[in-house]
Design a protein. Sequence first.
Length: 243
Amino acid sequence: MKVIRTKNYQEMSKMAAEFILNKINSSSKLTLGLATGGTPVQTYHYLAQDYREHQTSYQHVTTFNLDEYIGLAKSDPNSYHYYMDKHFFSKVNIPTNQTFIPNGLAENLEMECYEYDELIKKHHGIDLQILGLGKNGHVGFNEPGTAFDQHTHIVELTNSTIQANARFFNDINQVPKRAITMGIGSIMESKEILLLVSGTEKNEALNKLLHGEIDEQFPASILNQHENVTIIADEDAIINTNL
Ligand code: F6R
């Protein structure tokens, strides 16, 4: 894994946006895997800024988001559909029918998972997957203990993830208890992975990722077995990691 060190969150985000833009500009067709959460917000902001200033086109880009809560409507401000629209899709010229996010309101959720994987396959897999890192090592909503070979599936969120995500809701009881997520298997099939890590609260997780064992109890550890991973991390996340 290649680690790029940045001074702070802003610089991490700028570098991540440049990394993504580089792929967009050098490909005639690109399938991007996208993450939500706090970490990539500023990256999306820089991509939107680039669009305003340089009109980088997204007509040839297709996106697949990692996950979505079960039970939230697309119009719910806490849904990942809403987040993506607000921070990114509405700011660039990506055709709506080229943006995919699991449907957490699907009548048949198992079928939704199966079809999501089929759709990714139909697009010949993900060229570049953007990831954030959970404090307990989760990626997507793949919580500790998730089998490394799983594809898109339904998860029960752990208390630590519910608590971490409660900051986006008015009340912790409003945080959905289940989600649909691309599995570790789906993520590992991406041709390239860009992991963004920022802040002291991710310090321990980054240390474990870089120096710990590969273990299903720490899902991100499997990234050590992927041949094309770049980590962009800021100083706060890197402190005490021996880098
Ligand atoms: C988001 C996602 C999650 C987050 C992770 C870190 O789509 O899949 O795995 O990347 O929970 O979240 P933040 O960036 O809020 O610390």
